[in-house]
Design a protein around this ligand. Structure first.
Ligand code: ZN
Length: 322
């Protein structure tokens, strides 16, 4: 938790695929109906946090232009330096760690003070599902009776558990996986010559994941994954050896890729008029449960996590090909 030493890449305007959501907040701002608590919900790596930051910048800007933060005023300068006194980022100390009740108490103290600069006091909780049960309970009170110009934005990845009582006190905005057309020119411009279709396929359509794959050269890791999965089906390698070979992948990337693969497989069969085997759906259930685990605070052992899924994959395949 910090509001002074957190220098983040400035996000003054939303991504091109977030136009609908941005227009909605613009209408709320002009009608003076912006709620005090908003929940940005959707699949990870589609840019929800950057959207929250762009909205924070817009509200903290002293002279917004064309519906966005100007980038030049005192408010924008402080925002870009990561030292705006009216913006508080609430995040776990490390990825996968929890947001504690003490952190939420600091949030409440922050949110109830009057603004230093432009009227708004803004808090971004990222991700909301990282809050412990008692942290979430502590937050409920302020969500019920927030200060006059306080906005609490919560970034929430789908499937992450979140108290229904928190959810019901927030205005929810959904961020679905964008279409190919929506991300095309952005990805062309940022991924520099990489094969866009291939990147999006590897990233299951999530644009920021696609860019990350392009920038980290992770495409090679994923190609290796394809080869390894094939060797398992042909019994040339065991799930244990395969998991060892794939240790450069994070559990979440691994499960995302298998999910995309499995869904494509099932869709292909349906389109070809062949009913997909039950075992494919059972493996799909296993993958969805594994994804929840990978996104939870449980922090699973990567090797065991992958081994289990690879065994599930081997089992599903052996039934299909039998
Ligand atoms: Zn400005």
């Amino acid at each position: 938790m910090n509001n002074s030493d957190n220098v983040r890449k400035p996000a003054l305007i939303p991504y091109p695929w977030q136009e609908t959501q941005w227009r909605r907040v613009e209408r709320l701002i002009y009608a003076d109906k912006l709620p005090h608590a908003m929940l940005f919900s959707g699949v990870d790596e589609t840019g929800k946090l950057d959207f929250a930051l762009a909205l924070a910048a817009r509200l903290l800007c002293l002279e917004p232009r064309g519906g966005h933060a100007c980038g030049d005023c005192k408010g924008c300068k402080l925002f870009e330096a990561g030292s705006h006194p009216d913006l508080l980022m609430v995040e776990p100390a490390a990825t996968g760690k929890a947001i504690s009740v003490d952190t939420i108490r600091e949030l409440i103290t922050f949110a109830t003070k009057t603004a230093m600069l432009n009227g708004w006091r803004i808090v971004i909780v990222n991700p909301a599902e990282a809050m412990t049960q008692s942290a979430a309970n502590a937050l409920l009170k302020i969500l019920e009776e927030p200060g006059g110009a306080t906005l609490i934005m919560m970034v929430h990845h789908q499937k992450g558990e979140l108290l229904a009582t928190i959810r019901s006190r927030c205005q929810t905005m959904l961020f679905p996986v964008p279409s190919r057309t929506q991300v095309d020119s952005w990805l062309q411009g940022n991924a520099g010559g990489e094969q866009i279709d291939r990147l999006l396929e590897l990233a299951a359509g999530r644009p920021l994941a696609a860019l990350r794959i392009a920038q980290t050269g992770m495409g090679e890791e994923l190609q290796l994954l394809e080869q390894v999965m094939d060797s398992i089906v042909c019994n040339r390698t065991t799930p244990v050896q395969a998991a060892e070979a794939l240790k450069a992948l994070t559990p979440l990337d691994f499960v995302e890729y298998l999910l995309a693969w499995q869904l494509r497989d099932i869709r292909g069969k349906v389109e070809a008029g062949k009913p997909p085997e039950r075992s494919l759906f059972q493996f799909l259930d296993q993958l969805l449960a594994a994804k929840r685990l990978a996104m939870s605070k449980a922090n699973p052992n990567p090797q065991l996590f992958m081994e289990e899924l690879l065994m599930g994959w081997q089992h599903a395949r052996s039934i299909v090909s039998a």
